[in-house]
Design a protein around this ligand. Structure first.
Ligand code: TLP
Length: 340
């Protein structure tokens, strides 16, 4: 099976498994897990923030960020196609009780003017705008790497209105590698950031939420309230340390594989790649086949290829370190031979 559904399917490397086996641990709710403490310090340093918190997932990291930044009844501004709006089960409304004010972006690039216009004035009728959420890379935009210069423009609008920015950086490492920029080039324009260890970096579980020490102290309490206070979490943290220290640069291979896949799939007369392949995501439009994406995915499955639907006529393929160039070539050959 050639599994191109997501980079979340990667399994921990041998080195991660050994580090997990040998991890020094303690009770992290008491702040006594040395491996988690080391991971959080390392992550904070890499992200250029004062402090960091290990959380169970990207979704939990984003939700804790919203809970910590906002109060019930506040409004938060975000892209209508952002993961937080599209894929988190309405959690911002269910848990934080905030109202989303969504903006249509150009493939993940939020127009600073539209952002400015969406910020509420001080009026008794209006909710308070208490947070702006950005996403980089942008998943539904096709893994687009948003350059720091664009983030700077949005940051200046936010700063003018004294509104914090939370970055859903589930795949921020992909942007950093694709654009050849350090992580801090992006995070300098954020108040808080969430990054996933369990996507392209290959750790089995976990994300990092980073920000000021004061913010992370409050976030730690939210994590506990949500039942995310783990005990001997160093078993997981040990894999996270390897993810941060050893798995970032190799993302370039995934990006190369995605470009190869895109070039290959474009040769099919009925398929067309619709995104600019900056990182590890390829989106194809299948409307010319006359199929719905779920039928197309079943057809792929019969050829031992897995992908995910991204709309009625759009399908997503994601490359990752559990797939090598040879498997990408096999996937291309099999897809090019499909008849509709
Ligand atoms: N995205 C998953 C699915 O949920 C769609 C995927 O396969 O791409 N932010 C972004 C931008 C994400 O893409 C994801 C996961 C998350 C947050 C949530 O991370 P987890 O799955 O750890 O909760």
């Amino acid at each position: 099976m050639i599994d191109l559904r997501s980079d979340t399917i990667t399994r921990p490397t041998q080195k991660m498994r050994e580090a997990m086996f040998q991890a020094e641990v303690g009770d992290d709710v008491y702040g006594e897990d040395p491996t988690i403490n080391k991971l959080e310090m390392l992550a904070a340093k890499m992200l250029g923030k004062e402090a960091a918190l290990f959380v169970t997932s990207g979704t939990q990291g984003n939700q804790i960020a919203v809970l910590t930044h906002c109060r019930q009844g506040d409004e938060i501004i975000l892209d209508e196609d952002s993961h937080i709006v599209f894929y988190e089960g309405g959690a911002i409304s269910a848990f934080a009780g905030v109202q989303p004010r969504t903006i249509k972006t150009e493939g993940g690039f939020m127009d600073p003017l539209k952002l400015k216009e969406a910020i509420r004035a001080n009026d008794i009728h209006f909710p308070d705008t208490s947070l702006i959420c950005l996403e980089n890379t942008h998943n539904r935009g096709g893994g687009v790497a948003i350059p720091p210069s664009h983030m700077a423009e949005l940051y200046h609008v936010a700063k003018e209105h004294n509104i914090p920015i939370h970055l859903d950086g589930a795949r921020l490492f992909n942007s950093a590698v694709a654009l050849g920029e350090p992580l801090t080039a992006f995070t300098q324009y954020t108040t808080t950031v969430q990054v996933c260890l369990s996507k392209g970096l290959g750790a089995p579980v976990g994300s990092i939420l980073a920000g000021s020490k004061e913010f992370i102290d409050k976030a730690r309490k939210w994590r506990k309230r949500l039942g995310g206070g783990l005990r001997q979490a160093g078993v997981l943290g040990a894999a996270g340390i390897i993810a941060l220290n050893e798995m970032v640069e190799r993302l370039a291979e995934d990006h190369q594989n995605a470009k190869k896949l895109a070039t290959g799939l474009n040769k099919h007369p009925l398929l067309s790649v619709v995104n600019h392949v900056d990182t590890n995501i390829v989106l194809i439009d299948i409307s010319e086949t006359g199929m719905h994406s779920s039928q197309f995915i079943d057809k792929l499955k019969s050829q031992d290829i897995l992908a995910v639907p991204f709309g009625p006529t759009t399908v997503r393929f994601t490359t990752h370190y559990d797939l090598n160039m040879e498997q990408i070539e096999q996937a291309i050959d099999r897809i090019l031979s499909l008849k509709f």
